[in-house]
Design a protein around this ligand. Structure first.
Ligand code: B3K
Ligand code: ZN
Length: 876
């Protein structure tokens, strides 16, 4: 909380730190009423910085008890204190600073810094949480060797952890005990971690390629010990994969993961002590869906991969956040593709980009992958930094090819090991290793917005030449009215009656070498550019943006017949899926006011009956584009029309393909014991999407879902049946299952979250009242981010028809929740606001949405987080 208007911080103002901290010694005295932290910092003037008379240290919500320099207490005139800083006046060139501070983790509801989750102490320091623990240079370019002593009551907190290696431990005579940890790798404060609690562990070992044994531990509450196997397996797979694909070995003798229930995001990559949201580590077939199993694998991998892309080589400043996040998401996406189905993973990632990131890029919070400014850095842990950032790295991979990309990553890690660097350093390493010029490509880091490619074509029958004209344009974004052309890898192919055609670009030597000369990457660099293909036997249908080779919107005037043709013929799985989406978008558009085009039903019918196709891809293809994505495509959003059109198409599919759906549903039944492997996941995914369509078509389908619910042998099938009945069943059926589910799983917090979420997402009328009532349920708490996300987050972001209710009651619900969370947990409050930031595009609703934002803007004591989102949303 603050009084003055928060200021923006600018990348252009970056200055190296005035001092460096070679050693950091921390001593924690943890207790119920207060925690006392003693910090001894070895500081010296940074030779690379301008000398200054005052040293500014960051600190927030701290009570300073003692302060000394080189063993001498400081006079009051030697320092000043503000709410956010400690200023040391005329500090020596080199000195030891000793500060003793008192903090109150038990009252820390922001879940940033040191706080309590249920009965344990834990930390979250990224990005700027360390300053809530002690006065420090809390910035990622200050890297220090940490030695940490943690002392607490032996009975309540038998496990005491920090980063690095355990050096010593001892029981005291007063019923307390302590451990001493040393992390030999210098690190920024944001990677510091501490855990104290009554925890049990599952252990394993991993032997690195060079033969070093690493002890692996996953710490959880005793009740969750049976839910750690999947995370442990995923960790070992990740460690092996990073050795094989990137040549990166783990570097310490121990790797710990701790699961905590109250956590603002998925997990955190603290050096050798990863702290995880329970939702991203615990998994068991009885309680966890396939999707959640996959998320555990992906998040475990992501955090593990940060050990190199983030920890060994870290960010110079928070504007470079995508340096570690974009690269690490790219690494985890490739890992997941290798562990499961590459095409499905690509479809999932493109769906997130299109339905969430494109909307962000078109709204008031739009920012480049490397932002120029921010007010609150927590607001910049966005889909743009993470997912678009990963697409930018993927495009480098596509342009360079796998071998040069690997040379580039080797050079990057070697050149910058132990340093805090910039996105520019990453691109430079890629250039230096490959000899490629990426100067124009760098615009992906500095220009915000989603580029749009308009493609037109020309066929010259006489010469057999087919010419594509590709024009690019990027709409204005806040602070960036004009954009320069991007360097865009456009992967494509040409389809003829018999399938993929050989590609011969006019003027290029014939390609007789490569195995696949039916697909290639065109490099689009101009505002408008032509590519001519010669020697073609017939007018082709272009297959464009294969594998989603760039995060762009592509427009080509496909006829519905051409789309159906691509769906059945293209060699690229992503393009087949994409064609189905484009066809569905057109058909949903008609269905808002007319009939459902049978072409789509027929195309889906063929897919359903083709047993040779990967069932997971068939399931993805059958999934209609989300209402949020359809909203993003519309000029002005008409929430009801979108919902009506989409539901009409779903019903038409359910009815029109009833027989085929039922047949496939029955054929995919299995009594094999549960495995979260790709074959089983694929089968369950398709079977459950058949079930949802069948229930959409009528009572018989709902009955089938009721039966599946009762017979299910795993949570994936049980939860899918529950959601289907909640969405399509009558009141009695819904009540029966919801009560049964709660009775059966009320002791499993993560399963209760699923129960909240299924209800939050139900599109039936009157759902808002149900959500309001659930907010009063004893299992709900605004203090637990998972609960807030499952109920309020899901309602506001994934239930547009009810959130945008005509009377504005959905907006009021969000205002009420944000009002409370603004004071207790600003990070979560500001994240929840996202759906309101799009207000300008919502025709009839925009004034109500604006009023809701204004009500929040008028709150007393706005947190920086919420302040930034509301002011940017309301600014013209
Ligand atoms: N680096 C953390 C995110 C921290 C968010 C702080 N508000 C998790 C991750 O990306 O791996
Ligand atoms: Zn990350």
């Amino acid at each position: 909380m603050r009084d003055a208007q928060p200021n923006a911080i600018y990348l252009k103002d970056y200055q190296p730190p005035a001092y460096l901290i070679d050693e950091t010694h921390l001593d924690f005295q943890l207790a119920e009423e207060q925690t006392v932290v003693e910090a001894r910092l070895k500081l010296r003037r940074n030779p690379a910085a301008e000398p200054a008379d005052v040293l500014e240290l960051d600190g927030a919500e701290l009570e300073l008890l003692e302060i000394e320099i080189d063993g001498t207490p400081l006079d009051e005139g030697a320092y000043t204190l503000t709410d956010e800083h400690l200023h040391l006046l005329s500090p020596p060139e080199e000195f030891e600073l000793r500060c003793v501070t008192r903090i109150a983790p038990q009252d820390n509801t922001s879940l940033e810094g040191l706080y309590k989750s249920r009965t344990m102490f834990c930390t979250q320091c990224e990005a700027e949480g360390f300053r809530k623990i002690t006065y420090y240079l809390d910035r990622p370019d200050v890297m220090s060797v940490f030695t940490v002593r943690v002392e607490a009551d032996s009975e309540r907190y038998p496990v005491l952890l920090s980063n690095g290696n355990l050096v010593d431990s001892k029981a005291t005579e007063t019923g307390r005990h302590w451990t001493l940890w040393n992390d030999p790798f210098p690190k920024p404060a944001y990677l510091f971690a501490l855990v104290a609690g009554e925890l049990e562990k599952v252990s394993d070992t991993f032997t690195t390629t060079s033969g070093r044994d690493v002890a692996l531990h996953i710490f959880v509450e005793a009740k969750d010990l049976d839910k750690c196997d999947h995370a442990m397996r995923s960790l070992k797979h990740s460690m092996r994969w990073d050795e094989e694909v990137y040549g990166r070995e783990y570097d310490l003798d121990v790797f710990n993961i701790v699961a905590v229930d109250d956590f603002n995001m998925g997990a955190m990559e603290n050096k050798s002590l990863n702290i995880f949201n329970t939702s991203c580590v615990l998994a068991h077939p009885d309680t966890t869906t396939d999707q959640a199993f996959q998320r555990v694998e992906a998040v475990v991998a992501h955090e593990y991969f940060h050990n190199w892309s983030g920890n060994r080589v870290t960010c110079r400043d928070w504007f470079q956040l995508s340096l570690k996040e974009g690269f690490t998401v790219f690494r985890d996406a490739e890992f997941s593709a290798d562990m499961g189905s590459r095409a499905v993973k690509r479809v999932e990632d493109a769906t997130v980009l299109r339905s969430i990131q494109f909307a962000e890029d078109a709204g008031p919070m739009s920012h480049p992958v490397r932002p120029d400014s921010y007010i609150e850095i927590s607001n910049f842990y966005t889909v743009t930094i993470y997912e678009k950032g990963a697409e930018v790295v993927r495009m480098i991979h596509t342009l360079l090819g796998p071998a040069d990309f690997r040379r580039g990553s080797d050079l990057y890690f070697e050149r910058h090991d132990g340093q805090a660097v910039t996105c520019e350093d990453f691109v430079a390493a890629m250039e230096d290793a490959s000899g490629r010029d990426l100067s124009q490509f760098r615009r992906w880091y500095s220009q915000a917005g989603t580029p749009e490619l308009a493609v037109s074509d020309n066929w010259d029958e006489a010469t057999g030449t087919y010419t594509l004209t590709v024009s690019q344009h990027c709409p204005p974004t806040p602070g960036q009215p004009e954009k320069e052309p991007f360097h865009i890898p456009l992967k494509m192919g040409l389809l003829g009656d018999a399938g993929s055609l050989r590609l011969q670009i006019e003027g290029e030597a014939a390609d007789t070498e490569s195995e696949d000369n039916t697909s290639r990457v065109l490099e689009v660099t101009e505002a408008s550019q032509q590519f001519a293909f010669s020697g073609l036997p017939e007018r082709p249908v272009p297959s464009l943006l294969r594998a989603f080779s760039a995060p762009v919107k592509l427009h080509y005037p496909y006829t519905r017949e051409q789309l159906a043709f691509i769906m059945s013929r293209d060699s690229d799985g992503f393009s087949r899926w994409d064609a189905s989406q484009q066809l569905a978008i057109q058909v949903i558009g008609d269905a808002q006011s007319g009939a459902v085009d049978p072409l789509l039903i027929d195309a889906f019918g063929s897919l359903l009956q083709d047993d040779s196709l990967d069932p997971a891809m068939v399931a993805e293809t059958l999934r209609m584009p989300s209402e949020n994505y359809l909203a993003d495509l519309a000029e002005t959003v008409d929430v009801e029309a979108i919902h009506r059109g989409r539901q009409a198409v779903r019903t038409a599919i359910g009815k029109g393909l009833n027989e085929a759906l039922l047949q496939r549903y029955r054929a995919l039944a299995s009594d094999a014991s549960y495995q979260p492997d790709s074959a089983q996941v694929a089968a369950r995914s398709l079977r459950n999407s058949c079930l949802a369509y069948l229930a959409q078509a009528g009572e018989a389908g709902v009955e089938l879902a009721m039966a599946q619910y009762h017979e299910a042998a795993n949570m994936t099938d049980r939860q899918a049946a529950l959601a289907t009945v909640v969405n399509c069943g009558n009141e009695a059926q819904r009540t029966e299952l919801l009560e049964d589910f709660y009775q059966a799983w009320q002791h499993e917090s993560l399963v209760v979250n699923q129960w909240f979420q299924v209800q939050a997402m139900c599109p039936q009328p009157g759902n808002l009242e149900r959500v309001r009532a659930l907010m009063e349920h004893p299992a709900f708490s605004l203090r637990n981010p998972n609960k807030v996300r499952a109920l309020v987050g899901a309602f506001c972001s994934a239930n547009p028809i009810n959130f945008h209710r005509a009377d504005g009651a959905g907006y009021q619900l969000l205002v009420d929740v944000v009002t409370e969370l603004n004071a207790t947990n600003p990070q979560i409050a500001s994240r929840l606001l996202t759906p309101l930031t799009r207000w300008r595009r919502y025709g009839e609703r925009r004034e109500q949405m604006r009023a809701a934002l204004e009500a929040i803007a008028a709150l007393p004591s706005l947190s920086k987080d919420v302040y930034e989102v509301v002011t940017k949303s309301l600014t013209d």
